[in-house]
Each structure stands twice: as C-alpha cells, then as structure tokens.
Design a protein around this ligand. Structure first.
Ligand code: KG4
Ligand code: ZN
Length: 333
C-alpha cells in the first residue's frame, strides 16, 4: 500500500511516500528554522504563510523523487493535530483537495502518535508482530512530554505528562537565557560538549507520579544567569548548558525507567525532537534493563514519513477522514 503522507503541524512542511508502512520511497522536508531563528521562536502566522508557499513544491518533489504520480497512491494521510491551527489547516486543506480531486481515501493522523511510529519506520517489524507490546513510549518534543503505555497498535494509556513546559520548550527557553540561539536543543547539546564542569541545578521529582515539571529548572537557570554573569563567559555558558541538559535528562531517564518497570513494559520507545539528544539516548540505553529504540535523528524531528508509517499500522476505517476531516490543535493521544 502506497501512502502519500503530509505533515505541517509546526514549522516543517513535509511530504513523503511510504510503502507498506516501512519503505520510504521519498521523504521531503522543508524546514522554516532559518526564518524563525531571527525571532528566537516560532511565529505562528509566519509559519502558516510559509507552509502555503512550500506545500505544492514539496508535494511535487515527493512524488517526483518516488518516481510516482498521484494516481499510484492508495491512501492520503495527513496530520490533523495537535499543533498550530494555521499550520495544520494548510496541510489538511491541501490533503482534502488532493484526495477529493483524485478520489483517494483520506486519513487523519495524530502528530504525537506519528512520532511513536517513527520507530516502526526505523526498526521495521510485521504489522501482525506483537512482540514489542506492551512498550513504554517517551514522547518528547517542543510541544509535548508524555509517557504512554502502548498495549497494541493505536492503543495507549497515559502514564505521565508534563505539568508545565515540554522538555523541548525548556531547552528552547534555556538556550534563549544563555544567548545560544534557536532551536535550543541542538545548541545546548553542542555547548554542553565544550563544558569543563556542570552548573548545579534542581530537579522536580514530583514523587509518587510519573509526571514532569521543567518550569522550576528554567527559573533556577534564570537566577543563576542573573547572579553570575554567565552569558559573558563561554566556559560558564557551556557549564550551565551541561548542567541544564543533565537536569532534564536525569528526570526523563529516571521517570521513564521507573514507569517501564512498574507497568511491565518489554521495551522503551523514545520519539520526538528531544529524542535526538545524544545524552538522553546514551543514558537510556546504558541504564535500561530492557531494549530501548530511538529513531535516527532525521526521524526524531518532524517529518512526513512517520505520518505514513502511523497511518499504515494504526489507521483504521474509523480514523477520522474524508471531506469532514478538520484540524484539532489540542488533540491528545
Ligand atoms: O518534534 P519536534 O521536531 O517538533 C514538535 O513536534 O514540537 O521537536 C522540536 C523540539 C525543539 O524544542 C528542539 O529544541 C528539540 O525538539 N530538539 C532537541 C534536540 N534537537 C531538537 N532537544 C534536545 N536535544 C536535541 N539534540
Ligand atoms: Zn513533532
């Protein structure tokens, strides 16, 4: 089954052609990072305008590099939430137009679930293979930080979530405080590699829950920056970046491992933009007694191939679809 897959929930305009959920025939991503960098974060109106400009060329390139035409597609899958309303609208309306014009079934996909399925794309197994279940999914992106127990395709139980900032959002805000640029995750990680020490920062354990909180950590960094003139000193900045990264990773790793053991998970699946963080990947892999899967970096950050994989494995005729499909910016899993 060939699926034309479309993703525009945030600041990447992405279209891919995915065959049978795991074979990527093309995967085109047009990133707006350079445009948003000058504002230090994503400007929603700029993002949706940019999606409007990019969606047709990205779609044409995706079909062309797959060597296929629209009529070869068996299904169209599009992210309909969660995300920025104006950005989601561009992808969903484009997908509807193409689906109606060509008479191809349209399926809506949950963006967070698509992140999870990046692991089926990267580590393919048969759709009937249930050996991965139950697995504990750590979904860590710019907008979400969640622990979900996945008991089968499309079946989730929320185990824990952030009570304030998402982990990626915390990285982005910390990078701004340290004057390191945008997006925060990669620049904090690079700065941390140059560290000669590590700034001591607090961790919010929220004992007795699998929930997260990163806003106190951000405030602690703000106080340290104000007190110690950190941003004028490259060494102190690197040490602060290392301390911040370690504090976030510490909590993510410990909560994930505890939740996985307590719920009898047979493996851990990490996904979302923050899953690109090498310290997080390294510590989870070293400290987990069960298998840890994390997609290659290009499948951690937003892309459309994961949308196609998700639709193949988890999409059912009851998934929202057809001309009635509408965006749901606050959609949960
Ligand atoms: O999944 P994603 O591409 O978009 C959303 O769905 O939000 O995630 C983007 C987030 C940003 O906050 C970015 O700072 C973070 O992922 N990120 C990282 C790294 N690469 C991207 N965070 C930590 N370490 C990284 N290497
Ligand atoms: Zn994402």
């Amino acid at each position: 089954m060939k699926i034309l897959s479309i993703e525009t929930s945030c600041d990447e305009t992405a279209v891919a052609v995915v065959e049978d959920g795991t074979r990527m025939l093309s995967n085109v991503v047009s990133s707006q990072i350079d445009i948003h960098r000058r504002y230090g974060g994503i400007v929603p109106e700029v993002a949706s305008r940019q999606h409007m400009l990019s969606i047709v060329p990205v779609y044409e390139e995706a079909l062309q590099s797959a060597g296929l035409v629209l009529q070869d597609m068996d299904r169209i899958a599009v992210t309909y939430g969660p995300g920025l309303a104006g950005s989601l609208l561009v992808g969903v309306n484009f997908a509807k137009a193409v689906a109606i014009a060509a008479g191809i079934p349209l399926f809506g996909v949950n963006h967070m679930e698509a992140h999870v399925y990046a692991n089926w794309l990267a580590f393919p197994i048969d759709a009937t293979d249930t050996s991965r279940f139950p697995c504990l999914c750590l979904i860590v992106s710019g907008g979400h930080t969640e622990l979900q127990l996945m008991t089968g395709h499309g079946q989730y139980q929320l185990v824990g979530h952030t009570r304030d900032d998402a982990a990626g959002e915390a990285f982005d805000k910390a990078a701004r405080l340290l004057n390191l640029g945008y997006p925060g995750g990669p620049v904090i990680e690079q700065a941390a590699r140059r560290a000669t020490g590590s700034l001591a920062l607090p961790r919010a354990w929220l004992k007795g829950t699998y929930d997260f909180s990163f806003s106190g950590l951000k405030t602690a960094l703000w106080h340290a920056v104000n007190k110690q003139q950190i941003v004028d000193d490259p060494e102190l900045t690197a040490n602060a970046a290392a301390g911040f990264q370690e504090a976030v990773v510490d909590v993510l790793v410990q909560k994930t491992l505890t939740a996985a053991m307590d719920h009898g998970a047979v493996c851990i699946l990490v996904s979302g933009g923050v899953a690109a963080n090498s310290r997080l990947r390294e510590r989870l892999t070293q400290e987990s007694p069960i298998t840890v899967l994390a997609p290659p970096l290009s499948f951690c950050t937003d892309n459309a191939a994961m949308v196609g994989a998700c639709s193949y494995f988890s999409g059912t005729p009851s998934s929202p679809g057809g001309p009635e499909l509408d965006v749901l910016p606050g959609l949960s899993l």
